[in-house]
Ligand binder design. Structure first.
Ligand SMILES: Cc1cc2nc3c(=O)[nH]c(=O)nc-3n(C[C@H](O)[C@H](O)[C@H](O)COP(=O)(O)OP(=O)(O)OC[C@H]3O[C@@H](n4cnc5c(N)ncnc54)[C@H](O)[C@@H]3O)c2cc1C
Length: 390
């Protein structure tokens, strides 16, 4: 068992830190305030390979292990949580196209998505189907040469500003919808296809450097070659994407908490109260100690889950759920504690703490709520053989 980073991982970490310090951190507050989606910066990230980190090399990606990708995402989130989080969703959607698409879909979509000139969204949630995603109703009717999609997707990150939509939809033969998870197909769909419309940009608590919108499909034709995997495999493919996605989102919480701890450490040595630096109060030293401990525990949990996914462990899904639950809860608390350590200054926008709290809050909700993570973990512990997990 090796806990130190390899030379190669350290080199990627340095590269990502440089990019984060130069291209993300200085602008994060402005993007948040003005709700700007920094597409040009995402394009620059693509030039460094950050848009296709774990996409197979055959499809033009770097083909990195998830562990290495998480080391990079952590550094990016240290600079801008929201932009890094969008980049993780783009990476997940691209990986799905590259891994499960036929040549027609791979050749058409992967080059632009890898380079960052084009961006992708992941479309699973619907207005009436979030946690119970297998209840989705968007229909995929078989027609000559492909499928026609009808339905509405909700809360889609990047929607309206992205070029490729990875869409999960229910197969309908004639008038009969195929029920259950096994009736779902996944598709790569051009966002500018005829019949696609977008809802208003949602006004959100955080994640303001990326738009969130509904996507409305009305009679949208998708060629057969743009289906990902076999008919009926869509839900499995969507969940495979989310295993890695959950590591990524958890990593974004870790990177943000790292920034919050660093900022708190500095502040404890600068701010005075009662004639002394507030860092001299043991109560605050204990608080900082707990924050750092929870941060490191979260990081290790995320890296363990990533290593399990890289090795194809049968328990990878459970570990990804545990890491997502633990790291997003712990790191949200770390950011909130950091805000408290800054007193009134923590609450105003001149300091980044309130943004860290707003941005990490949604990580407890999306890519499966933390209640659903407990459902996944509990089911494995109680219904299956527990030996491997424990
Ligand atoms: C900013 C943002 C960006 C998003 N981006 C995307 C995206 O890009 N693509 C996409 O597909 N989706 C996206 N989502 C959607 C997100 O994944 C869903 O909001 C999430 O899965 C929860 O679904 P829901 O909102 O319908 O809540 P519901 O499913 O209605 O849940 C409501 C509450 O009930 C709880 N609950 C539900 N079932 C159970 C159960 N069995 N046991 C215990 N508790 C339960 C939930 O945990 C939650 O607390 C995004 C959401 C947000 C807020």
């Amino acid at each position: 068992m090796e806990f130190e980073l390899t030379d190669e991982q350290t080199a990627y970490q340095d590269l990502a830190r440089q990019f984060s310090d130069g291209e993300l951190a200085p602008f994060a507050a402005q993007w948040d305030e003005k709700e700007e989606f920094p597409k040009a910066v995402l394009n620059k990230a693509g030039e460094l390979g950050f848009c296709g980190l774990y996409t197979p090399e055959a499809a033009g990606g770097l083909g990195l292990p998830r562990l290495d990708a998480s080391i990079i995402f952590e550094e990016l989130a240290r600079g801008c949580t929201s932009t890094a989080a969008f980049l993780t969703i783009h990476n997940m959607a691209l990986w799905m196209v590259a891994s499960f698409g036929e040549a027609a879909a791979r050749d058409k979509f992967c080059p632009g998505l890898v380079s960052g000139e084009k961006l992708a969204s992941y479309c699973l949630t619907e207005p009436g189907a979030g946690s119970d995603a297998a209840a989705l109703k968007t229909a995929a009717r078989r027609v000559a040469g492909g499928y026609v999609l009808d339905g509405v997707k909700a809360f889609i990150s990047g929607a309206g500003d992205t070029d490729v939509l990875v869409v999960m939809a229910r197969l309908v033969n004639g008038e009969v919808a195929q029920q259950g998870a096994s009736g779902i197909c996944a598709f790569a769909v051009e966002a500018e296809s005829t019949g696609i419309g977008f809802g208003r940009k949602e006004a959100k608590m955080g994640w303001n450097s990326q738009p969130t919108r509904q996507v409305i499909f009305e009679n949208v034709f998708v060629p057969e070659g743009h289906r990902l995997g076999a008919e009926g495999d869509g839900f499995k493919i969507a969940m495979k994407g989310l295993d890695g996605g959950r590591i990524n989102i958890a990593t974004c919480s870790v990177g943000t908490a790292q920034a919050a701890v660093e900022q708190s450490r500095t502040y404890l040595g600068e701010r005075k109260a009662f004639g002394q630096f507030i860092g001299s109060f043991q109560g605050l030293q204990f608080k900082l100690a707990d924050m750092a401990t929870n941060l490191v525990a979260s990081r290790q949990m995320v890296r363990l889950a990533a290593a399990k996914l890289d090795r194809g462990s049968p328990d990878a899904t459970t570990y990804c759920a545990m890491a997502k639950r633990f790291a997003t809860d712990m790191c949200f608390e770390v950011c909130n504690d950091a805000l408290q350590l800054h007193g009134g200054y923590g609450y105003i926008k001149e300091f980044p703490l309130e943004r860290h709290v707003r941005d990490t809050r949604v990580h407890q909700i999306l890519e499966g709520t933390n209640e659903i993570m407990r459902v996944i973990i509990g089911r494995r512990l109680l219904l299956d053989s527990t030996a491997a997990v424990l």
